[in-house]
Design a protein around this ligand. Structure first.
Ligand code: SAH
Length: 364
């Protein structure tokens, strides 16, 4: 017997088959999917979108991921590393404009210097904000002790995308060596959880060789890991990377975008009270990409507050939006976007993952 779409949509627990059906939904069905995700969002976490000021503090990276524009072997870009003062100034801008939180993101470097530098920066940021600023880190794979040190200094959230959960695909989009090991990345996510971070992960959607089945498994992986936050975006080819070779075998960009939107809605329905980001990559494909994501269940937006002159150098993919703006322009534009999407803005609040807070209540 063929099930009606709505019979699947309102199930309390999705099987892999259900998720595949939802990902394959046609135009009418997907509107039902988005509508239901929006209802769940309103019911469990309210129609509020929170800001995270995104500081892309350095594009120096020791990794060589085959899809990423800031990979180590790309020599077609200028490398930069913001000074501590530049980072503090950007955070200061975020605070003055009532963003409750910032995200410190950069290439992946594991070194004693880096560990100490970030430790000192977190300590300083906590000091000048009177412990009021929510700090999210997105600095890749690190040792347990490094994660712990940064947490003790005051960082409370960590984003580490698993990128894809199909291990064969993972091997095809990364160099085949110890530095790019799927198991280690999963281990890092486990460490972060154990240390007590609010943990975020996510995947790219529409990678070469990726199937709908893979994306359904990605959703199940995130549910099984019981993550607190999620950031997903369409894969966008970058001309200075090895995966560019497969550009003609990809789904059309609009389809990659639609699949991501469906995955956002599915994650909202499956995990209800987690934080879900409307990623910048969505806007690289659709002018209203982030608004659409908010309407389909996302509740986090990350306005870029990296000083304008450096933005051009943090090009993970082609067509990255807003690289010619300054932070103030970005803020004005975001406020309009969120209001258009029908949400209110959670100013002056850190916007913790309700999912995480609820889990803590159960433990206590
Ligand atoms: N070094 C950090 C964050 C760096 S980049 C870390 O590893 O966690 C942040 C994210 O950008 C990556 O996790 C990846 O999912 C995404 N990204 C990189 N290249 C991309 C591309 N070509 N298209 C879409 N997203 C990409």
């Amino acid at each position: 017997m063929i099930m009606e779409f709505s019979d699947i949509l309102y199930k309390p627990y999705f099987s892999k088959e259900d998720i595949i059906q939802l990902l394959n939904s046609d135009y009418e069905q997907r509107n039902l999917l988005y509508k239901y995700a929006a209802e769940i969002k309103e019911k469990y976490i309210s129609k509020t979108t929170y800001f995270r000021g995104l500081i892309e503090y350095s594009n120096i990276c020791s990794k060589d991921c085959l899809y990423c524009g800031i990979r180590k072997s790309n020599h077609n870009l200028e490398r930069y590393n913001l000074s501590d003062d530049e980072i503090i100034n950007a955070a200061d801008f975020a605070m003055k404009n009532n963003y409750g939180s910032i995200v410190l993101q950069g290439g992946e470097i594991e070194s004693k210097n880096q560990t100490e530098r970030i430790y000192k920066l977190i300590t300083k940021l906590m000091e000048i904000s009177n412990n009021q600023i929510g700090i999210t880190l997105s600095l890749g794979e690190q040792s347990f002790d490094t994660y712990k040190l940064w947490k003790d200094a005051g960082a409370k959230r960590y984003l580490l995308r698993i990128e894809t959960t199909n291990q064969d695909l993972y091997k095809r989009i990364h160099p085949n060596n110890k530095k790019h090991d799927f198991e280690r990345r999963v281990e890092c996510l486990r460490d972060l959880k154990q240390i007590g971070y609010q943990v975020g992960t996510g995947v790219m959607v529409g990678l070469p060789f990726q199937t709908i089945d893979d994306i359904a498994s990605d959703a199940m992986f995130m549910r099984d890991l019981d993550i607190d936050m999620c950031g997903m975006g369409p894969y966008i080819e970058h001309q200075d990377t090895p995966l560019y070779e497969y550009r003609n075998e990809l789904l059309p960009r609009v389809e990659r975008f639609n699949l991501t939107l469906k995955l956002i809605a599915i994650m909202r329905i499956m995990m209800k009270d987690i934080n879900i980001a409307a990623s910048t990559a969505m806007q690289a494909i659709d002018k209203f990409g982030r608004e659409k994501a908010i309407k389909a269940g996302a509740n986090i937006i990350m306005p870029n507050i990296t000083p304008g002159k450096f933005r051009d150098h943090y090009k993970l993919y082609d067509n990255k939006p807003c690289t010619d703006e300054e932070a103030q322009d970005c803020l004005n534009c975001m406020e309009v976007r969120i209001t258009i999407a029908g949400d209110q803005i959670g100013l002056n609040k850190q916007g913790d993952s309700i999912h995480f807070l609820n889990k803590e209540k159960i433990v206590k």
